[in-house]
Design a protein around this ligand. Structure first.
Ligand SMILES: NC(=O)c1ccc[n+]([C@@H]2O[C@H](COP(=O)([O-])OP(=O)(O)OC[C@H]3O[C@@H](n4cnc5c(N)ncnc54)[C@H](O)[C@@H]3O)[C@@H](O)[C@H]2O)c1
Length: 434
């Protein structure tokens, strides 16, 4: 099928490459000319395992191309996906101006007799589909189209396998013609398809991300009880997670959730509920617990080091989670910011996130970025693990200890084994562990 994707970021670009992989012809559109130039030169602007190979193969096979023109994309494609940002506004509600703009831009390029399915893949508040529909009609009275909601559930860091083997595909549609076309788009993926009305599909995405955030805040609240009682949150999580009704995923205590999705989606769900007159206090508590985790962690550091000013601190990890270069709203970045604010001398290393952290001015010039985990700990009075990249667990800890000034480790993601670290002579402090 001929598919156009407007917005070539984490969702749009990876979706485009995966649609090409199953045999569709894909045009990816973006209004950032630098991004399009890079992609046309064969450079991949984001890091996502497996993406580069997919893009190169399908560009060579003429199944995937990039353009700055919405008209070009819409002209050549019966299915038009929208995958532009939906950032939070100051009050937590969603900034829908990117979506509205794309709806207008699609409207003005739609030609008479050219039926199109306009598919919203961005995460949007319930009832956005109705507004996209009304906007397109307002700007083009003769447009022939249907609006469909198709929320995306990929996880950064494993976006390619997530898109190729999804748990489910949600199609929110009021039109049989659009539903049939969407089923053809997804047929090659062999995944369960749930067809709903548009509003339910939109709500599914916010409800799903909020539930996952709730699981994280739940175990973080339990971790505080573990710390107060001497229990081990990892064992508690294993015991809870072995119950099939609960599952072990998203029961990892630590610094809390961050990134470009969970914080904004929780805030959005709270705002949506407030606007609909059904306040969602449970999610407000989820957010409060999450916000408290970094301060709890810093307090532990102050308890051990007394003052942080002038202390040499190594930080491992800047990206908001492992296997991605995405540093947007990363708790690790916020941790570094607060350490610098308290006068600590920070040296940091991240396998993929350092370039973007500098490019977007997310960390102060005072932070020294180095090219290996071991270089980061040189002379350090403490090491902080902020993102659980697997390579951090594989370090030569005898060498790490030799290089450190004092062998003090704060593990913000419970990546290391308590006993092993202590046997090696580290003073080890995790989250919710004795
Ligand atoms: N990143 C994730 O893990 C993830 C997962 C599921 C859903 N989502 C949702 O998907 C949406 C996109 O997220 P993302 O992470 O891919 O964002 P992103 O910032 O990585 O990419 C968005 C792209 O859209 C482009 N863009 C903005 N306005 C445009 C316009 N008018 N015309 C053409 N291109 C335009 C931007 O230049 C950018 O390249 C958001 O609603 C997000 O909540 C994200």
């Amino acid at each position: 099928m001929d598919i156009c994707i407007i917005g070539s970021g984490y969702v749009g670009l990876v979706s485009g490459a995966c649609f090409a992989e199953v045999g569709h012809n894909v045009v990816c559109v973006d209004n950032d000319p630098r991004k399009i130039e890079k992609l046309q030169r064969g450079e991949i602007p984001i890091y996502e395992p497996g993406l580069e190979d997919l893009v190169h193969r399908h560009v060579s096979a003429n199944r995937l191309r990039f353009t700055g023109s919405i008209e070009d994309g819409v002209d050549h494609s019966e299915i038009v996906f929208i995958a532009v940002p939906t950032p939070p506004q100051a009050d937590g509600s969603v900034d829908l101006s990117y979506i509205e703009r794309v709806a207008r831009e699609i409207a003005v390029v739609l030609k008479p007799g050219q039926y199109r399915v306009v598919v919203d893949k961005s995460t949007v508040p319930v009832k956005t589909g109705e507004k996209v529909d009304a906007t397109i009609r307002r700007y083009n009275r003769n447009a022939e189209f249907d609006v469909v909601s198709n929320p995306e559930f990929l996880r950064e860091g494993c976006a390619v396998p997530d898109l190729m083997n999804p748990d489910r595909i949600v199609i929110g549609s009021a039109s049989q013609r659009a539903t049939d076309l969407m089923k053809r788009v997804y047929e090659p993926f062999n995944a369960p398809i749930l067809v709903t009305d548009v509003n339910s599909a939109e709500l599914i995405k916010h409800a799903a991300n909020s539930f996952l955030s709730l699981k994280i805040s739940y175990i973080n609240a339990v971790s505080a009880i573990c710390e107060a009682s001497g229990a081990d949150v990892e064992k508690v999580a294993d015991g809870i997670g072995m119950d099939k009704r609960i599952g072990r995923n998203f029961l990892n205590a630590g610094l809390g959730y961050g990134g470009s999705c969970f914080p904004k989606d929780v805030k959005a769900f709270i705002a949506i509920a407030d606007e609909l007159g059904v306040p969602f206090d449970l999610m407000k508590e989820v957010e409060r617990i999450n916000d408290s985790m970094l301060e709890r962690f810093l307090k532990k550091m102050r308890d051990a080091l007394w003052v942080l000013k002038d202390k040499r601190i190594a930080v491992w990890g800047l990206s908001f989670k492992p296997d991605t270069d995405d540093v947007r709203n990363s708790v690790a970045i916020e941790l570094v910011r607060q350490l610098v604010e308290e006068g600590a001398i920070v040296t940091a290393y991240d396998p993929k996130g350092m370039e973007k952290a500098r490019e977007f001015n997310l960390i102060s010039d005072k932070v020294k970025l180095v090219s290996s985990p071991v270089d980061a700990v040189d002379g350090a009075e403490a090491l902080v693990l902020a993102t659980e990249w697997k390579e951090f667990a594989r370090q030569d800890f005898a060498e790490v200890k030799r290089r450190m000034h004092t062998p003090l480790v704060f593990d913000g993601r419970n990546l290391f084994k308590t006993d092993t670290m202590r046997e090696m002579g580290f003073v080890y402090c995790g989250v919710g562990r004795p």
